[in-house]
Write a protein that binds this ligand. Structure first.
Ligand SMILES: Nc1ncnc2c1ncn2[C@@H]1O[C@H](COP(=O)(O)OP(=O)(O)OP(=O)(O)O)[C@@H](O)[C@H]1O
Ligand SMILES: O=P(O)(O)OC[C@H]1O[C@H](OP(=O)(O)OP(=O)(O)O)[C@H](O)[C@@H]1O
Ligand SMILES: [Mg+2]
Length: 408
């Protein structure tokens, strides 16, 4: 058995085998949704192959959504929430560090911290799903989360605005995972899945931590009344072969966990694309003293760093009669950089009929080799390639967009 095979469910999920009597087994879900057992937040549903899943139901709504809008604005300093653990935690901290916004945490078990370069800002570490809750409740003003969490828990909260939608980490997608064997062996698309004849009386059982997203997706696919959603917090890939669910809806990045558990994606079964995003409360941005300026600083640094990551700075020496001749040749060959090449005289010794110039230009990383080829064809020698740390634009377009959204 390989490392990615799911061998255990998380502590908050209890898997019961078929037929285990339980007095809490009261209701078969009458509708397409997971049914909560009163006061416990548990769901319990017979699986396709007779298994029974009892799981702690996740809050499946934009919980607390707009709560922050109806209550008075929290007093005190601006607050930023960051993921406290897991893959997003480390990547968020390393992104901030690359932007000269290193977080200082007095000790690893403490959940409050600070960013010395952003005085006055409180940093709170929270679980990814709780960051959205804290934003919804107005307990924090800004947060870094995966788009998947925003889509699931904040959809419908008009107060939240995505300040940056592409932080280039935490890349994954939410997709259906369907067994490669048994009844589903020939299911390769949503059409095949629908064609299996699911109905209100015989619903497709989907286990997921993304109930709102799942509900909307199946409704769009005309399956609103022929699907039942089951809840679980982790190791979802185990459910179909345990007999607790027919298929899963979960995050995929490399696809290894699906594969190792004999599941596959199907055509039309990709629900959303996700990556790290920065979210803020519009109301706090408008009303909390100092917050807008802090967000501008964070955004400027993020943009400067993320833009710089896409480029190399390339310098080459070229002989020509004038700067203008080189600039024209470069522009004619599509090597224009951000605003056009910089060409300057090199004061070298030696007598030559033509002068030596240094031409510098920012080049998209993916175009580097084509540009080097072009520069060589133009007579370029000694091509130097450097990494860039920041590219500060006049004013990031995302900042202008944010200001517009605040006026809406
Ligand atoms: N396999 C993955 N690849 C890339 N990003 C992922 C993956 N799984 C989750 N993510 C991103 O990380 C975020 C946090 O995931 P999750 O809540 O599962 O935490 P975790 O880091 O896995 O820790 P844990 O599940 O133990 O709480 C998700 O909302 C998603 O944006
Ligand atoms: O496509 P892959 O690269 O295999 O990644 C997908 C897996 O990653 C996440 O699980 P995670 O590792 O967060 O474990 P969890 O279920 O305990 O949250 C997700 O829930 C999948 O199970
Ligand atoms: Mg996880």
């Amino acid at each position: 058995m390989s490392a990615r095979q799911v061998t255990r469910a998380k502590a908050s999920t209890v898997w019961c085998s078929a037929g285990v009597p339980s007095r809490r087994v009261a209701t078969w879900p009458a509708r397409g949704n997971a049914t909560s057992l009163h006061g416990r937040g548990n769901v319990l549903v017979p699986g396709r192959h007779g298994g029974v899943l009892v799981a702690k139901a996740k809050a499946a709504s934009a919980e607390g959504s707009k709560a922050g809008l109806t209550s008075p604005l929290r007093t005190g300093p601006p607050r930023l929430a960051l993921p406290s653990k897991g893959r997003m935690a480390e990547d968020t901290l390393s992104l901030l560090k690359s932007c000269q916004l290193a977080v200082r945490k007095p000790n690893p078990r403490q959940y409050v911290a600070e960013v010395p370069n952003l005085p006055g800002l409180e940093v709170w570490f929270q679980r990814a799903s709780d960051i959205v809750r804290r934003l919804n409740y107005g307990d924090v003003d800004i947060g870094f989360i995966g788009y998947d969490m925003f889509h699931e828990f904040a959809d419908g909260n008009d107060d939240l605005v995505i300040v940056h939608d592409a932080l280039r980490y935490g890349g994954c997608h939410l997709a259906l995972g369907v067994p490669t064997k048994g009844d589903f062996a020939s299911v390769h698309s949503m059409e095949d899945l629908k064609g299996m004849g699911w109905s209100k009386e015989n619903p497709l059982k989907v286990v997921t931590g993304y109930h709102n997203t799942a509900k909307a997706f199946f409704a769009e696919n005309g399956m609103a009344d022929s699907v039942t959603f089951l809840a679980a917090d982790g190791a979802l890939e185990a459910a179909p072969y345990m007999g607790c669910a027919d298929i899963i809806l979960d995050l995929v990045s490399t696809g290894t966990t699906l594969r190792e558990n004999n599941l596959r994606e199907i055509i039309g079964g990709r629900v959303i694309e996700s990556e790290g995003i920065m979210v803020a409360s519009k109301r706090a941005l408008k009303e909390r003293p100092g917050l807008l300026e802090i967000v501008k600083q964070i955004l400027e640094r993020l943009e400067a760093h993320l833009t710089a990551e896409e480029y190399f700075y390339v310098t080459t020496n070229i002989r020509a009669d004038s700067e203008a001749e080189i600039a024209k040749a470069m522009l004619d060959n599509g090597v224009g950089g951000l605003q056009g090449p910089t060409v300057s005289r090199v004061f070298s010794s030696g007598l030559r009929s033509q002068s030596l110039f240094a031409a510098s230009v920012c080049v998209r990383k993916k175009n580097l080799h084509d540009v080097i080829k072009t520069l060589r064809q133009m007579g370029g020698t000694g091509v130097l390639v450097s990494e860039l740390t920041y590219i500060f634009d006049e004013e990031p377009w995302r900042w202008t967009e944010l200001l517009k959204k605040l006026e809406e």
